[in-house]
Write a protein that binds this ligand. Sequence first.
Ligand code: SF4
Length: 119
Amino acid sequence: MNNETSRRAFFKKLALAIPLAGAAGIIVSSCNDNKNGTNNGTTDKKPADCHDLSGLTPDQMATRKNLNYVEISPVKSKECKICALYIPPAEGSTCGTCTLVPGPIEPLGTCTYFAPKTT
Ligand code: SF4
């Protein structure tokens, strides 16, 4: 793949990701009343457990699947913990969140929309 094709593919992904990020932001902001400081896109008040998806709606589960989220990235350079969309875990939790993918996010996970931090 040459640079022009690669750049086009990136911007195409970005154009798809921005509306999804907005939707995810609405979902995440609606969960900001979580008393323990976690913001995992779920409705429960317990600390985030990366394996507990019980608080997610079917639509949120479908979004995770459609964005090809996996808990362990096959490519170390594309792990969630170094993605610009990753929100690190709240104190006392090992599980972060994402502005795009709803629900708990493993720091070592990844998805189709990985975007490297620029700083
Ligand atoms: S790689 Fe995907 S799931 Fe992980 S933080 Fe980035 S956008 Fe979210």
